[in-house]
Design a binder for this molecule. Structure first.
Ligand code: PEP
Ligand code: MN
Length: 336
């Protein structure tokens, strides 16, 4: 249930409502909008709504029938905007994350990051713990990898995003990483999501391989309900019967989620297509469809990449794509 306060409701009135619903066993989540403060009451028992309606400063009560509440547009009308140092995610700006699938060595990260930084990329990606289908495939450099990506990012004044696979890794990630990524395979690892609700860094949640948009928004709800409001969603293609591409990029998820939720929506065209020559067209389409950011695999030497070389762009290809995306963003009144 959402409690919409009157325009100009005082802090005391807001606190009184908050206290009342807490006493009834609800969790209270406040959204301070431009015009109205909205209090999201989650959980709790069934109560007579008139008791809330009668409290001072209450304008109206809205029952939410969707299973996600804090992630919904009804709870927060304005887009969520996340600021990390000089980088803004959400709103008019389209953010760009790029880097290799996995961290292989200092030299590999340094060369790749230099090329990306030269064209103006501010967020570096790279996995240190890789969720590989086969236990015999390279599993990532672990903490050593995180140290490398942090050192390189600092050298070029970039932010770091990397995938966290389990709860016990969270303290380590808090030391080295700016945006914690939850991979497609972990999208319904509810224990991990719950813990990520308690941290004070942004969490990027990939859509699961075979998950509906509603299930994906419920994953976000887990993080939001713990108190962490900085959630980014990332469409990365879903499993279909089609085998021409690695996955099927659900482009329509962008406008659908933008309507249902205030959270920024990113697209990962690399894992969605699995093919280098399909990454540029799908990136262009994603920007045109209204995504808030892209996460693209780029490697300094793709044929030698330890994993996902076939879907990694050469730095020159990425630079060209980046220019094209700026032009498309401009046409729809946004900037990159
Ligand atoms: C990744 O981004 O490195 C990755 C493994 O992606 P996904 O979880 O979408 O498969
Ligand atoms: Mn990859």
């Amino acid at each position: 249930m959402l409690i919409v306060m009157e325009h100009g409701a005082t802090q005391e009135q807001i606190h009184a409502v908050e206290n009342f619903i807490r006493e009834q066993g609800f969790d209270a989540h406040i959204s301070q909008g431009e015009l109205h403060t909205i209090i999201g009451a989650v959980g709790g028992k069934i109560i007579d709504e008139r008791e809330i309606q009668l409290l001072d400063g209450v304008r109206e009560i809205i029952r939410i029938s969707t299973s996600y509440k804090l992630a919904s547009r009804a709870f927060q009308k304005e887009d969520t905007i996340i600021k990390i140092n000089d980088v803004t995610i959400g709103g008019n700006q389209i953010a760009m994350i790029a880097g290799p699938c996995t961290i292989e060595s200092y030299e590999q990260m340094d060369e790749t990051a230099k090329a990306l930084s030269d064209v103006g990329i501010k967020i570096l990606r790279g996995g240190a713990f890789k969720p590989r289908t086969s236990p015999y495939s390279f599993q990532g450099l672990g903490e050593e990898g995180l140290k490398i990506i942090r050192r390189v990012a600092d050298k070029y004044n970039m932010l770091v995003t990397s995938e966290v696979m389990q709860i016990s890794q969270i303290p380590m990630f808090m030391k080295y990483v700016d945006i914690l990524q939850v991979g497609a395979r972990n999208m319904q690892n509810f224990n991990l999501l719950k813990e990520l609700g308690f941290i004070n860094k942004p969490v990027l949640i990939k859509r699961g391989l075979a998950n509906t948009i509603e299930e994906w928004l419920m994953a976000a709800e887990y993080v939001l309900s713990g108190g962490n409001r900085e959630v980014i969603l990332c469409e990365r293609g879903i499993r279909t019967f089609e085998r021409a591409t690695r996955n099927t990029l659900d482009l329509s998820a962008i406008p659908v989620v933008k309507q249902l939720s205030h959270l920024p929506v990113f697209v990962d065209p690399s894992h969605a297509t699995g093919l280098r020559d399909k990454v540029a067209p799908m990136s262009r389409a994603s920007v045109a469809a209204g995504c808030d950011g892209l996460i693209i695999e780029v490697h300094n030497n793709p044929p030698k990449a330890v994993c996902d070389g076939a879907q990694s762009l050469y730095p020159e290809q990425f630079a060209k794509l980046y220019d094209d995306l700026k032009a498309i963003a401009n046409v729809i009144g946004r900037s990159i």
